[in-house]
Ligand binder design. Structure first.
Ligand SMILES: [Zn+2]
Length: 85
């Protein structure tokens, strides 16, 4: 099941079509987006999310930041038991 990803893809297309925002009007900046990417989704500040939903540039940036964060977490898993046996 990849329906969540399909949903995000569909939303991404819509944002790019309706809110390309190439001049980055009203953007919070990469630092703020990086902080947002580190937050659990239940405490993400709604005013930032409201902007990201209407700004393809920030949407892409946030997606990128989340992706790199996920790969960092995968590479450093704590419970590695290969030394046993
Ligand atoms: Zn923006």
């Amino acid at each position: 099941m990849d329906s969540e990803k399909d949903l995000i893809d569909a939303f991404e297309n819509l944002v790019h079509r309706d809110f390309p925002n190439p001049e980055r009007v009203g953007c919070p900046g990469r630092e703020v987006l990086a902080q947002l990417a580190r937050l659990p989704s239940d405490i993400e500040p709604s005013h930032l999310l409201a902007h990201v939903r209407k700004c393809a540039s920030c949407f892409d940036e946030l997606k990128d930041l989340r992706k790199s964060r996920a790969s960092i977490e995968v590479n450093s898993k704590p419970g590695d038991t290969r030394s046993q046996g």
